[in-house]
Write a protein that binds this ligand. Structure first.
Ligand code: HPA
Length: 235
C-alpha cells in the first residue's frame, strides 16, 4: 500500500498504462485485458492488473494535471517497482495542420509548471520522454502500419484562460498540441531513472473549435489503446 494506491506490493505490473480518467482505466481493463483484478480503488481512482496477449499490464488513472500525475507516477515507480509508465490521453491541437483523431507520440514536453524545479531541482522547461518506451512505440506503430506523429507538446496547468492565443512557451518550442500531465511524468521518470512515454489522441483543434464529442471518445481512443498495449508487449 502507498499513500494513494491500495494495491499490495506485487499486484502492479512492471508496465502501467495511465489514462487520466478512472472510468477509462476500467473500460480498458474490461475490454482489452483478460484475468483482470481491481487492485486499488482509493478515491475511486481505479487500478486494474490483467493480461494482454499473455503479458501482465496494469492500467490505472493519473487524474488531471501535473500535481495529480506527479503523485500517482511517483508512488508507482518508487513503491511498486514499476519500470515503465505510458500515459494515454487526449490533447488540444494548436494548429489546424493536426486533425481530430491524430495520434501523437510526445518527444518533449514544454511547461511553465514549477513541478520539476521544486520537486527535483530540474531547472529545464523542456523535458524529453524517458528511456526506450518512445522508440518502442514508434517501432510498434510502424510494424502495425498505424499512423503516428512524433512531436513536442505543451503541458499546461491551465485549461481555461483569458487570452485564447498560443502561449509563448508553446511557440518557443514548436509545440503542436496541449495537454496537462506529460511534463510531470517525464520529470519523475528522469529523476528516478525510469521509462516514461506519452501517447495522445487529438480530441479538439483549438483554432477551429472542431472536437470529438464525449460519446464518440470511447471509440476514438481504441487505436491509441491498442498501440500502447502492443508496445507494452515489446518493452
Ligand atoms: N487543453 C488542455 N488539455 C487538453 C485539451 C486542451 O485544449 N484538450 C484535451 N486535453
Amino acid at each position: 500500500m502507498s499513500v494513494h494506491i491500495a494495491a499490495q506490493k506485487g499486484q502492479i505490473a512492471k508496465t502501467v498504462l495511465q489514462p487520466g480518467d478512472p472510468l477509462r482505466a476500467k473500460y480498458i481493463a474490461e475490454n482489452f485485458l483478460e484475468d483482470i483484478k481491481l487492485v486499488s480503488k482509493t478515491r475511486n481512482v481505479f487500478y486494474y492488473t490483467g493480461l494482454y496477449k499473455g503479458k501482465e499490464v496494469t492500467v490505472g488513472a493519473s487524474g488531471m494535471g501535473a500535481p495529480s500525475i506527479g503523485i500517482y507516477s511517483y508512488e508507482l515507480y518508487t513503491e511498486y517497482d514499476v519500470d515503465t509508465i505510458i500515459r494515454i490521453g487526449t490533447c488540444g491541437g494548436y494548429t489546424s495542420e493536426l486533425n481530430v483523431y491524430d495520434l501523437l507520440n510526445v518527444e518533449n514536453a514544454a511547461s511553465e509548471s514549477t513541478y520539476a524545479k521544486y520537486s527535483w531541482e530540474i531547472e529545464e522547461d523542456l523535458l524529453p520522454h524517458q528511456g526506450k518506451a518512445f522508440s518502442v512505440i514508434n517501432d510498434t506503430a510502424r510494424n502495425l502500419s498505424k499512423e503516428l506523429k512524433t512531436t513536442n507538446i505543451h503541458t499546461s496547468d491551465i485549461f481555461y484562460r483569458k487570452n485564447p492565443g498560443i502561449p509563448e512557451i508553446a511557440k518557443k518550442y514548436n509545440c503542436s498540441a496541449v495537454e496537462m500531465e506529460a511534463f510531470a511524468l517525464f520529470a519523475n521518470a528522469q529523476y528516478l531513472g525510469k521509462n516514461a512515454a506519452t501517447l495522445l489522441t487529438v480530441s479538439d483543434i483549438i483554432p477551429t473549435g472542431e472536437y470529438i464529442s464525449a460519446d464518440q471518445r470511447e471509440q476514438a481512443l481504441t487505436p491509441m489503446i491498442e498501440l500502447a498495449l502492443e508496445a507494452a508487449i515489446n518493452l
